[in-house]
Design a protein around this ligand. Structure first.
Ligand SMILES: [Zn+2]
Length: 260
């Protein structure tokens, strides 16, 4: 039965080969993924396998080669180096950042512009976590471990809410946690304003609701990632996560990364 299905899938998949992000070297992985996830469309199968979702997270990891790009993708399959710390970080205006936190230049300008716009509508936004170094992320990742737990047991739950060092978007200096680290933030005036407006200022909601399987993280209504206005608007209207958008439109097999 599986063999008949496999043959059918092979034929169906050959019709998908015109997609620019179809990677012929991953043909067998696409078919195996489809066998396990029959309800998935081919477009999604190809996207998910390209992201790396057919493997357990953290198993196959690529080292990021362009850490200064504003478009970099950092996730459980793409890692920053231990020593990477952006050189163009600046302190955010204290009105929106009582703790003296840092963002990269472009993200800092855009964040302040967004906060000022929100303020005009009676919404107060505040950065509560921005840049985190590799070593600080280690501390955060391990902060709840107990002496009776093995690291493997601990990781099962911890991986859903916290990144392993090198895999945190906060290390890019382009991510910002805003106001409140509770899922109920979604229902506040501030959370709603951000969900509908942040893309106009260059930020996207990085870990949306119902997309946990793709991003690998629980819904985080407070975590926003700077990508620039043009890209954030395209992503907002595409209804894709950044992992999906990046894998379809910003990187291609044989051509590699499609941006400067
Ligand atoms: Zn965050």
């Amino acid at each position: 039965m599986q063999d008949i299905l496999r043959e059918r899938y092979r034929a169906e998949l050959s019709r998908m080969s015109m997609l620019p992000y179809y990677d012929i070297s991953k043909r067998e992985q696409y078919i195996e993924y489809k066998l396990k996830n029959e309800q998935c469309t081919w477009v999604d199968v190809i996207t998910y396998v390209n992201i790396g979702l057919h493997e357990d997270c953290y198993k196959v990891v690529q080292r990021i080669t362009d850490p200064y790009s504003l478009k970099i993708l950092v996730n459980k399959y793409n890692k920053l180096g231990e020593t990477f710390m952006p050189k163009d970080m600046e302190t955010i205006d204290e009105k929106y950042n009582p703790e003296g936190l840092l963002l990269r230049h472009d993200a800092r300008i855009a964040f302040e512009e967004m906060c000022r716009a929100a303020e005009r509508e009676g919404i107060h936004l505040e950065a509560i976590s921005t840049f985190r170094s590799f070593y600080y992320q280690w501390k955060i990742y391990l902060k709840d471990i107990t002496p009776v737990q093995s690291i493997e047991e601990y990781s099962v739950q911890r991986d859903k809410v916290s990144a392993r060092p090198g895999h945190s978007e906060h290390q890019t200096g382009l991510a910002v946690d805003i106001n409140d680290l509770e899922q109920t933030f979604e229902n506040t005036e501030e959370g709603k304003w951000l969900a509908l407006s942040a893309f106009n200022y260059g930020f996207i909601l990085r870990y949306p609701k119902w997309k946990e399987k793709i991003t690998g993280y629980n819904f985080e209504p407070w975590h926003y990632r700077y990508l620039g206005k043009e890209l954030s608007q395209s992503i907002f209207y595409s209804d894709l996560t950044y992992d999906e958008f990046y894998s379809r439109y910003l990187i291609q097999p044989n051509k590699g990364i499609l941006y400067e």
